[in-house]
Design a protein around this ligand. Structure first.
Ligand code: ADP
Ligand code: MG
Length: 255
């Protein structure tokens, strides 16, 4: 089924260095509508850098980044060129990002955390943004938390709010960077459940995670990254029965 969806995200030969050290060496990947792609790999392998470059929180040094065939960045004469600001703003609307540490505004209520960007950035009327937020809160089991402040919530609830905040902008793709790694094991489940729910609704997602069983159950495709390159890529069954020594060793640590 996912073979037929249109390509939402395409990365070709993405490169990124920090202080002369190549962190992303030559990353190419594409994601189709409705696909769930998990990215696994050891700490320091460049997973967060990949997400940050893909979401333009970080500039890339080379390669091409496109959303729905619109080029956000491309290489020309050895230089990486970004699309004009107005185009980038449009492209930005395609995706949302959920961080490891929630990144909620501590001085805003849950409702304001969710409605702020739609109202301020997308100029959605406040009432409409609030109605949308209420629906999302209900969907994520947080209806009674609209007026709470982040500090009054558990980590699992905070992460669900940050998922609601990302969804409020109605992205076509959601990126997650280790969404449960700051959570106690007993709170991890409630966040994974929400992500599974989104998968069932065919939300396109790219998830960096160390939750191997979750990745195995949920993903259409798993990417194993190490030292700035994609070392292996395949269906969960292919990756979990992969011949590649490094993949076996890595996955073995979680079993
Ligand atoms: P992962 O998410 O797979 O653990 P990261 O993408 O966070 O890996 O980091 C990969 C490497 O890039 C690490 O060695 C890290 O120290 C380095 N790195 C990441 N961001 C920066 C930065 N802003 N400045 C310098 N080095 C960085
Ligand atoms: Mg990381």
């Amino acid at each position: 089924m996912s073979e037929e969806g249109k390509i939402l995200l395409q990365i070709e030969h993405m490169k990124k260095s920090f202080d002369g050290v190549e962190i992303l060496k030559d990353i190419s990947l594409s994601v189709r509508e409705g696909e769930v792609v998990s990215i696994i790999g050891p700490s320091g392998s460049g997973k967060s850098t990949l997400l940050r470059c893909a979401t333009m929180l970080e500039t890339m040094d080379g390669g091409t980044l496109s959303y729905l065939s619109e080029k956000a960045a491309y290489e020309e004469n050895g230089r990486c060129i970004y699309a004009p600001k107005a185009k980038l703003k449009e492209i930005h609307k395609n995706f949302g990002l959920v961080f490891q540490n929630f990144n909620l505004f501590p001085h805003y209520s849950v409702m304001k955390n969710i409605t702020d960007a739609p109202v301020v950035v997308d100029k959605v009327p406040k009432k409409e943004a609030e109605e949308r937020a209420e629906k999302l809160l209900a969907q994520l089991g947080l209806s009674d938390k609209a007026d709470a402040y982040p500090c009054q919530l558990s980590g699992g609830q905070q992460q669900r709010v940050s998922i609601a905040r990302a969804l409020a902008l109605q992205p076509k793709i959601l990126f997650f960077d280790e969404p449960t790694s700051a959570l106690d094991p007993e709170l991890t489940g409630e966040v994974l459940k929400v992500i599974k729910e989104l998968a069932r609704e065919h939300m396109t997602m790219i998830i960096v995670t160390h939750e191997m069983q979750f990745a195995r159950e949920l993903s259409d495709r798993i990417i194993f990254m190490e030292q700035g390159i994609i070392q292996a890529e395949g269906t969960p069954e292919e990756i979990f029965h992969c011949e590649n020594e490094r993949v076996r060793e890595f996955i073995g640590k979680f079993q």
